[in-house]
Ligand binder design. Structure first.
Ligand code: UDP
Length: 331
């Protein structure tokens, strides 16, 4: 297949590009490098640019006959989205609309979309399945839900089939150690704990110990980046081979939750093998954090045949730790 990966120089996109390339597909990466890194775009052909640039998209789609598009480029910080909603509606909604319109003009009808558990908002029940109400509580989640809605309309009107994958907590790193998470600034739990362990930051702060969970810290469903990417590959294959059509959406997680404290304990176990340790501090709750978010991923398993290969927490942490050590050398 020939695949356009928009946002292919970011954390998730770069792992996806590697997986597609390793499977023998030809990949073009479009990334404006606003949060991506050209060092991560080491597979596929990198085009530096933005999906807001219609002329650039037109030329790319004229030059290549894409079988499908995978779209990872987005602004994705919940807190920032509350302060700068316009950035989120423009970057996420408007730019995706632009991309979809160019796809329609070029009759490229297969689209895999990076959606999020944030489209559900405050959980009404857990684990969260696809029937759970979608009531986002921040502009980030709202922007992603608007795109899911647009995708339904683009299927009805233009026959553009899509799969939206609603991620829970993407984590881990390339098992071969070549790629990993690089956010500036970093806000995600696992890299922050690992940075505290490697000495890149002084400590890790637990955001609240008074949640209604067993140890009082928030519970999340952490899914290894390789498993996340394998679901995208299966989704694209299903569309291209005509096994699936429509505007489909699946929740993507392991179906198992770990608390912040359990994550810290797991990191301590792994890094102690290298003689490292970390300082843990107590902090206030972070606004907008639900106590528990866990996916019910039954549907994606049933319909796409997806199976996670790296669900074990210690493996996730080991891969992320190997990357943290490599990145420290890289910086
Ligand atoms: N968290 C924390 N300290 C940090 C960063 C995150 O306690 O420095 C908690 C956060 O409150 C949440 C969990 O870790 O309960 C996962 O947060 P992350 O930002 O990684 O992902 P999110 O669940 O927000 O998508």
């Amino acid at each position: 297949m020939q695949v356009l990966v928009v946002g292919g120089a970011g954390y998730i996109g770069s792992h996806m590009v590697k997986q597609l390339s390793r499977a023998g597909h030809s990949v073009v990466v479009l990334d404006n490098l606003s949060t991506g890194f050209c060092e991560l775009a080491c597979y596929g052909e990198l085009v530096v640019g933005d999906s807001a640039d219609t002329a650039l998209l037109e030329s790319l789609f004229s030059k290549h006959k894409f079988d499908g598009v995978m779209h990872f480029a987005a602004a994705s910080l919940v807190g920032e989205s509350m302060q700068h909603p316009g950035k989120y509606y423009r970057n996420n909604v408007v730019n995706t609309l632009n991309l979809l319109e160019v796809m329609v003009r070029h009759e490229v009808n297969h689209f895999i979309f990076s959606s999020t558990a944030a489209t559900f908002g405050e959980p009404v029940y857990v684990p969260i399945d696809e029937a759970h109400p979608q009531q986002p509580i921040n502009p980030y989640g709202a922007s992603k839900l608007m795109i899911e809605r647009m995708l339904q309309d683009f299927y009805s009107a233009h026959g553009l089939s899509s799969v939206s994958l609603r991620y829970f907590n993407a984590c881990g790193a390339d098992p071969e150690g070549e790629l990993g998470e690089c956010h500036e600034p970093e806000t995600h739990l696992i890299p922050l704990i690992l940075q505290a362990a490697s000495g890149r930051r002084e400590s890790i702060t637990v955001f609240g110990r008074d949640y209604a969970t067993e140890d009082g810290t928030c519970i999340r469903d952490y899914i290894h980046i390789e498993d996340l990417c394998s679901a995208h590959a299966l989704a694209l294959e299903a569309l291209v081979q005509g096994k699936k059509q429509g505007a489909l959406a699946y929740n993507l997680g392991n179906g198992h939750g770990y608390s912040v404290q359990q994550m810290i304990d797991a990191v301590q176990r792994v890094v102690s093998e290298d003689g490292c340790s970390l300082i843990v501090e107590e902090g206030a709750r972070r606004p907008g954090d639900p106590a528990t978010l866990v996916a019910d991923a039954t549907l994606v398993k049933q319909e796409l045949g997806w199976q996670p290969q790296y669900a074990m927490l210690d493996i996730i942490i080991r891969h992320a730790w190997a990357w943290e050590k490599r990145r420290n050398a890289w910086l």
